[in-house]
Design a protein around this ligand. Sequence first.
Ligand SMILES: [Mn+2]
Length: 326
Amino acid sequence: MRTLDLETEFKRLEDLIVTSESFFLAGHLNPDGDTIGSMLAIASVLKRLGKKVRLFSQDPVPENLRFLPHAKSIRSRLPSFKTKFDAAILLECSTPARGGDLEPVLKRAGKVVNIDHHKTSEFYGDINIVEPHSSSTAEIVYRLFYNMNVHVTKREAACLYTGIVTDTGRFHFPATSPRTLEIASRLLETGFKFSRVNDLLYATKACEGLKILGRALESLELKAGGKLAVLTLKASDFEDFDARSEHSENVINYGLMPPGVKAAVMFREEEERISVTFRSRGHLDMSVVAKAFGGGGHRNASGCRIKGGLPAAREKVLAVLTRLLA
Ligand SMILES: [Mn+2]
């Protein structure tokens, strides 16, 4: 039933694309490779179809993703109140608020489309393509292009590949399916610079990022009888190295490395709030934990933001995690 609904939604989106002229595209706060890659690929196809496209990300595109074609066209300022769009497409936003202060634009948009693979996604769109079995939003976007009979260019392939490879942790996480690899293979067939993209994504790291990684690893603590790894980055750590929050991206994954660890949590001190990210292996559901604190995400990767100071946030979150792991 679910599949049938999804196919209907795909068809409705195809019709909407054909009949609309102007599009607003937005991704989530602290955008990642999947959000940016998916957004740029859709924008490129829409432009090739002769449509007007406005790309928005409230937070800036992380430095390691700026090599993606037309990444500069993503703006962090909302369009003026006079601008109206036939359609607003939100990528990877389980709620509209995940995209920032989009309300003024969404209110004026003809139709709102929600494309997401988070199981916590709320069906807030006029069209909802929510597919939690997809490894990435880029995989869903590829399916959309395929259904539309759109030929994918090298540049679009590089964008979609970036979304897939980053969201699957280089085809490592359980969400990687035979279909994921098949899509990656088809993208490779376009002849985009596969090795160069991998180099830029995985063999290039800003000095600030390396330093922050070192600090985070030094902070590693094991709790709950060795089942929980805790990483903590204070605001002062970022100040010491002149680093920004994007420099700590993926650091959390190191938490799962010690043998016996079932879940990892990372606390990051930001202005007036604490950003908390969760990772787990197997069936341990971290999306529930994130949701309990107003966040969201997947079973094995989720996050939330908690107002207030670091000690209080740590205490609250660690209490929940320790109970879960007991
Ligand atoms: Mn994603």
